[in-house]
Write a protein that binds this ligand. Sequence first.
Ligand code: HPA
Length: 303
Amino acid sequence: MFGLTKEYSDYYSSVAKSFRTVFSQYIDAFVIIGSGLSESYSQFEIVEKIPYSAVDGFPKIGVAGHLGEFVLCKVNTKNILFFSGRVHFYEGRKLTDLLIVPALAAYLGVKDILVTNAAGGLNHSFEVSDIMLIEDLMSFMFLSVDQLFRVVIPANAGISYAAVEMDSGIHINNKKNGFTPIHIRGNLRNEINHDLLHRMKDNLIQRKQHFRCGTLLSVQGPNYETPAEIRMYSKIADAIGMSTVPELIFGSRLGLRQLGVSIITNKLNPIKPDFLSHEEVVIAGKNANRALSELFSGYSEII
Ligand code: HPA
C-alpha cells in the first residue's frame, strides 16, 4: 500500500491493526509531543491513556523526558491522540521507527497531524519558551526525501518520486462521506499545509497568544552546536532541532495535512555558547506548556 515495499507495508499495517484493537474511537488528528512537553495536553479531558507497549510492534522510547504513551483527549469537540514521546535518529533507530506516526496516520485514515519539537532559537529575537509555527523546513540530517523514499519504494520500480503522480491509495475517513480516496502528486511541496497554517495564525491572534513563525532546520545531533555552527545556521534558519523534518517530509508524501510547531528551549549565541544539558531543554519546554495547550485548543477548532 502507498507504494511501500511489501516488508514495510506489512509492518505498518500490522501495527495499525494492533492499534485498532486498543483504540476503537474515531480520531480526528494525531499530535506528536516533543521533549519535556507532556504537560501541554494535561488540561484536556483524557478519554484514554495507553502505553506504547500495548500496541504490538510500536517502537519503544529510549530518551528521558519522553513518556512513551498514547493519550486520547477530547479537545473542544475533537478527539485528538497525543503521542507522548518519539524516537530520534540519533538513538540509532531505523527509519521505519522514525516514521511510524505519519505511517500509522496514513494506514488508519487519520488525515491531520501536528508535529511538535523542542528546538534551539537561532533567530536573535526569539526568547526561551516561545512557540514557533513552522513555515518552512530545512534538513541537515542528510536524510533527503529521496533517501526516505528509497526506503519505501522498491528500487526496481523504475520511477523517481519527483515525477510520479500517485494515487496515494489513502482513504480518508471522512465522517460525512465515508471513505474517500485522495490523490497526491509526488512533487508537491506540501510538508506544511499553508491553508491550515494561515488559519492557525488567525486563531492564535484572536486568542491573543504570542507566537513566532519561521524556518526549522533539523540536524542529526545528539550534540548541541559549536559557535561556528551557530554562526552558520543563524544565517539560514530561525530554529534548530533533532527531529520533525523527517516525519513532515514523509507524511507529506503520504498525503497527510500537516502543521508543525517548535518550542524554543534555549537561545543559541555564538559569543556566549550555553553548555546546555538535556534536562535544561526539558525544563524550558515545560514553561511553554500553557502556550502550547492554547495552540492545541485552537488547532482543534481549525481542523
Ligand atoms: N540544538 C539542536 N537541537 C535542540 C536544541 C539545540 O540547541 N535545543 C533543543 N533541541
